[in-house]
Design a protein around this ligand. Structure first.
Ligand SMILES: Cc1cc2nc3c(=O)[nH]c(=O)nc-3n(C[C@H](O)[C@H](O)[C@H](O)COP(=O)(O)O)c2cc1C
Length: 130
């Protein structure tokens, strides 16, 4: 199994807030570094993100527009400050109707601590990935 971990948030929190407020997908796309890998080459794709304005960060709309993830297994996970997953797991399933979207994990950013490792392990085990 190959793993590729890519962090797609190279700018500061203040910049992120400004970009989210601007709410312009093209602006967001141009603000983020392009991926240096092709997700279409992977079978299982973990997609992690914070909830912004009750939903996915705009750049992920661009991501789902850019790549065809049909027949892939998508594993969403997110942090939030009260919104849970904000319905984003269902939204991802709508964007990628031919992918298998597994149960996600929503973690409250302010509650993440040492005991979160157990919660994450339990979630990962429950996915039954090989
Ligand atoms: C622009 C912006 C909008 C946000 N909107 C929401 C929101 O609608 N719901 C929510 O639960 N958290 C929201 N958050 C909080 C982030 O989800 C949270 O900061 C992130 O999950 C990381 O957690 P941490 O800041 O504790 O590290 C927002 C954060 C930012 C910067």
């Amino acid at each position: 199994m190959r793993f590729h971990i890519h962090f797609w948030v190279p700018c500061s929190c203040i910049e992120r807030a400004r970009m989210a407020l601007k709410n312009d997908p093209y602006f967001l796309l141009s603000a983020f570094q392009p991926l240096n890998m092709n997700p279409e080459e992977y079978d299982v794709i973990f997609i992690g993100y914070p909830i912004w304005w009750y939903t996915l960060p705009m750049v992920l709309y661009t991501f789902f527009d850019t790549y065809d993830l049909a027949e892939k297994t998508i594993v969403p996970f997110n942090t939030h400050a009260g919104s849970g997953d904000g319905g984003t797991y269902n939204e991802i399933a709508d964007f990628e109707p031919d992918a298998a979207v597994l149960d996600g994990l929503a973690l409250s950013g302010s509650s993440v601590g040492a005991d979160s490792a157990q919660q994450i392990d339990t979630w990962l085990s429950g996915l039954h990935l090989r």
